[in-house]
Design a protein around this ligand. Structure first.
Ligand code: HMG
Ligand code: MG
Length: 298
């Protein structure tokens, strides 16, 4: 049976913008976040406290979080890779962070310059400090279906690492199909394997749309009991360390699909499409999503 309601975590201001060729200023990043909240998003990933040498577009996330007017009922998680990142996040007043690790050794080295074992040790210490400071901690796993360097990934490894992130105190683990290579049948099988170790209510889907499977993969995970999905307005972005990866499944594509099934998201599709068109224009590109192109002009 399908759920009555789905929670969408908007990751455009982070996962989207981090890999756009045009780097936006803080004012535009703040406007984007504000418009997304206006459209009804209640979880908006706002920035990343990572090395600005590695991900220049996320530079200034501290200033952004300091200036961001917080709205009641809206959370603004930011990525944190290590203690340095947590210090900066706490100084900027973050109350929600997201830790990230990869299921593949090569991706772990390329993305965070450490092995999987090192990254899990590092993250568990960061999680403890964050929880002690009263910060909510989300977890991400990358390459849950395939790795751009190593190929196919074993679902059992994903399940083990997801369980470890939950043990560290993450309230939820978002399963990242970083390269968008997965198909609905693979996603369904993955969810079954992971749900044997972690309650399905603590899993989220984070599907990149590189191969056009994003919405179909959400539908497959939905039928397996997952009710939280990450999405990026306008289908912005990708991951700079995943060659050839494109953006996340577009938020408006998801909302259109869920609206059509009578599943509540709390999001106003017209306001969302307007935002997708506005941010795409700011980035000098057409919206990647089919819904933003098909929706009647306003
Ligand atoms: P490192 O280079 O291995 O570490 O960075 P280091 O500790 O030796 O530090 C090197 C330099 O970075 C030093 O500065 C540090 O001060 C600085 P320098 O002396 O060279 O001037 N530094 C930092 N600066 C700012 N913030 C920090 C920080 N830490 C150290 N937190 C690190 C290790 C992980 C920080 C680095 O490799 C990094 O930032 N990597 C980028 C990771 C990233 O943001 N990737 C994209 C996001 S993950 C993603 O997109 C996947 C996801 O969407 C799910 C999916 O789709 O699969 C979540
Ligand atoms: Mg991603």
């Amino acid at each position: 049976a399908l759920p009555p309601r789905v929670r969408i975590v908007e990751v455009g201001p982070r996962d989207g913008l981090q890999n756009e060729c045009v780097a936006l200023g803080i004012d535009d990043r703040l406007t984007l976040i504000d418009r997304l909240a206006d459209a009804g998003l209640r979880d908006i990933e706002a920035g990343a406290f990572v090395s600005p040498k590695r991900v220049p577009n996320m530079a200034g996330s501290g200033e952004l979080m300091q200036r961001l007017p917080r709205r009641a009922g809206v959370s603004y998680p930011c990525l944190v890779p290590n203690d340095t990142g947590l210090d900066a996040a706490l100084a900027a007043g973050c109350t929600d962070i997201a830790l990230f690790a990869a299921v593949s050794e090569t991706f772990s080295q390329r993305n965070t310059a450490c092995s999987i074992a090192e990254s899990m040790d590092r993250l568990s210490a960061v999680a403890r400090r964050a929880l002690d400071a009263g910060v909510r901690v989300r977890g991400y796993l990358s390459c849950v279906i395939g790795c751009p360097y190593e190929g196919a990934v074993e679902s059992r490894k994903v399940a083990d690492m997801a369980a470890r992130l939950i043990d560290m105190g993450c309230y939820e683990v978002s399963l990242g199909d970083t390269t968008g290579i997965g198909t609905p049948a693979q996603i369904a099988a993955l969810i079954d394997t992971v749900a044997a170790q972690v309650a399905v209510t603590r899993l989220a889907g984070h599907f990149h749309d590189t191969w056009g499977m994003g919405a179909a993969n959400v539908w497959a995970a939905l039928q397996r009991g997952v009710t939280v999905f990450d999405a990026s307005v306008g289908g912005l972005g990708g991951c700079p360390f995943a060659p050839g990866a494109s953006g996340n499944v577009a938020t408006e594509d998801l909302v259109y699909m869920l609206d059509g099934a009578g599943i509540e998201t709390g999001i106003d599709l017209r306001a969302l499409v307007d935002t997708a068109r506005w941010i795409s224009a700011r980035l000098d590109r057409a919206p990647a999503s089919r819904v933003a192109r098909a929706f009647p002009p306003t």
